[in-house]
Design a protein around this ligand. Structure first.
Ligand SMILES: C[S@@+](CC[C@H](N)C(=O)[O-])C[C@H]1O[C@@H](n2cnc3c(N)ncnc32)[C@H](O)[C@@H]1O
Length: 250
């Protein structure tokens, strides 16, 4: 591994064991209906797919079980140790690379048919270089599926209020314009305290700048009462602009 890695990039090293125990301790892989839906609408079987910021590999295993040839990249060596141990226990042909999403310097231009980045962009310190790296490793016309905690409803000062009349729950949100790193004591305790807020417009503009065009977004209804009134998560599928289309309009 030759990539530059900061303590912020590798913050999951400190929580890797707890995260692994919480999300997929037996290594069966990811179960996520919305991701299944978005990935199910593109060709995965027989394709070369990157699981970006794959952590302990639950998304990489899902993609491999769908028939993809999978490379998983993550900045946390400790998360990858879990991923590799699970691969050794039940080989799926997944190659794990210790690398930085900001550059993906070990991966070639146009070398993937798809990229999945599940629940990670809000944990990755730099958004624009990450999306540029995603666009670089995708072949023209291929797809990028990502999911994030919803930036509009999980801002640094977010909370909940209970209506004293009918008992219903309201989400309260503040400090939405304060983009950048923030420390949250209310994050799930198997996650690092630090996350990175970007406004919804920043995500959309950064995707556009990278040549990744949003073709579908999903804001699923969640299981807790408050997530049945506003969305806690945001998913999207993008398409890398085809070179031919760019040339035609030039
Ligand atoms: C919430 S975890 C999600 C892991 C996995 N996708 C999953 O769904 O279980 C976020 C992941 O982003 C990774 N990450 C954070 N910054 C990164 C960076 N600069 N480059 C690569 N991975 C990074 C962390 O190490 C962590 O594994």
């Amino acid at each position: 591994m030759s990539e530059r890695m900061t303590a912020d990039d590798a913050a999951y090293d400190d929580v890797a064991d707890a995260y692994h125990q919480a999300v997929d301790p037996d290594g069966t892989g990811l179960h996520d209906a919305t991701l299944d839906e978005l990935v199910g609408e593109v060709e995965v079987a027989g394709r070369r797919v990157l699981a970006l910021a794959c952590g302990q590999g639950r998304d990489a295993r899902l993609l491999a079980d769908l028939g993809a040839s999978v490379v998983g990249v993550d900045a946390s060596a400790r998360m990858l140790a879990h991923a590799r141990r699970l691969e050794d226990a039940k080989p799926r042909g997944i190659a794990y690379v210790h690398g930085n999403a900001h550059s993906l310097s070990d991966l070639g231009d146009g070398s993937f048919d798809g990229v999945v980045c599940h629940m990670a962009l809000m944990d990755i310190p730099e958004l624009e270089p990450t999306l540029a790296a995603v666009a670089r490793v995708l072949r023209p016309g291929s797809w990028f599926v990502f999911s994030i905690v919803h930036p509009c409803y999980k801002a640094p000062a977010a909370g909940e209020l209970v209506d004293h009349v009918d008992g219903s729950v309201r989400r309260t949100v503040g400090r939405y314009f304060e983009e950048g790193p923030f420390d949250s004591v209310t994050r799930w305790d198997v996650l690092p305290r630090r996350a990175y807020l970007r406004m919804l417009s920043t995500y959309v503009n950064a995707l556009v700048a990278a040549g990744l065009l949003i073709v579908r977004m999903v804001e699923p209804v969640g299981d807790r009462p408050v997530w049945q009134t506003v969305p806690g998560l945001l998913y999207a599928r993008c398409q890398k602009a085809a070179v031919a289309a760019t040339a035609a309009t030039a």
